[in-house]
Design a binder for this molecule. Structure first.
Ligand SMILES: Nc1ncnc2c1ncn2[C@@H]1O[C@H](COP(=O)(O)OP(=O)(O)OP(=O)(O)O)[C@@H](O)[C@H]1O
Ligand SMILES: [Mg+2]
Length: 238
């Protein structure tokens, strides 16, 4: 085994992308500024927030933008994703067709099946982005059946995502539902077990009407609490 110095490791990582892309812009100015360009590559980004806060819209928009960069996208859907909404996000029928041609959808119906799917998604050719919307729905059901084994399964699944994101230099975006803790703070459903495996965490808050606020709750190069306001529109996040 050859040992490398930390500076070698950093250089290798920075230069490891043959296409030169390290972030995936979401094509939403305020969010992209907040994220220092977009979703970070090779790590897990988690977006969480209450119902209707825009999690799925962000996932679909990230998929659209990733397809524009000519990557394949895998979308693990536990919620019943709306094709109609994806169509709204695509400016034309041609764009919609291109997006569909570059996307593979999986709809696991059990937590065990989700794990099996996650093990193989990174092996699809030219996968740039893996999306899980949402990461916790089937987990929540599994917890009710068998608490300890569900928790172990969740950690395994997150480890699979983390390792493969790095190995394949892929973007990984997971959405999570929330609960309100004893202090009244909105928390992602699974934070405690695996917070360290996620490098960017973004909470989406509902403001008035279509306006939403994205708040950084974890980032490697941005302070916690940094935020950006955007709107949900027919065309997605603006
Ligand atoms: N065509 C549209 N034009 C404007 N806003 C829209 C349109 N379609 C959906 N929305 C907005 O997006 C919201 C739904 O966003 P989204 O599905 O991304 O939320 P979510 O966080 O994934 O919610 P959930 O937790 O229920 O899955 C709606 O409540 C509405 O405010
Ligand atoms: Mg959703």
């Amino acid at each position: 085994m050859t040992l490398s110095s930390p500076s070698d490791t950093i250089n290798t990582w920075q230069e490891s992308s043959v296409d030169g892309l390290q972030v995936l812009p979401l094509d939403c100015v305020s969010l992209d500024q907040l994220l220092l360009g977009g979703l970070e590559r090779g790590v897990i980004t988690k977006v969480y927030g209450e119902a209707g806060s825009g999690k799925t819209t962000m996932c679909l928009q990230a998929a659209r933008e990733c397809v524009k960069k000519d990557f394949q996208v895998v979308f693990l859907d536990t919620e019943g994703v709306s094709v109609k909404r994806l169509r709204q996000l695509c400016a034309s029928q041609e764009m919609m067709q291109t997006v569909l041609d570059h996307m593979k959808f999986f709809s696991p119906t059990s937590f065990a099946e989700q794990e099996e799917v996650l093990k193989e998604v990174f092996h699809h050719e030219h996968v740039g982005l893996v999306i899980v919307d949402t990461m916790n729905l089937l987990y929540r059901l599994a917890l009710e059946d068998e608490f300890d084994s569900a928790r172990r399964g969740f950690i395994r699944q997150m480890s699979t995502l983390q390792l493969n994101a790095r190995l394949h230099n892929a973007w990984v975006l997971i959405a999570e539902q929330v609960y309100t803790d004893k202090k009244g703070v909105i928390q992602p459903f699974t934070h405690k077990d695996t917070g360290h495996m996620v490098k960017t965490m973004l909470r989406l808050d509902k403001l008035q009407g279509a306006r939403r606020k994205a708040v950084i709750t974890k980032h490697r190069c941005q302070p916690e609490g940094a935020s950006a306001v955007f709107s949900l529109s027919q065309g997605g996040l603006e």
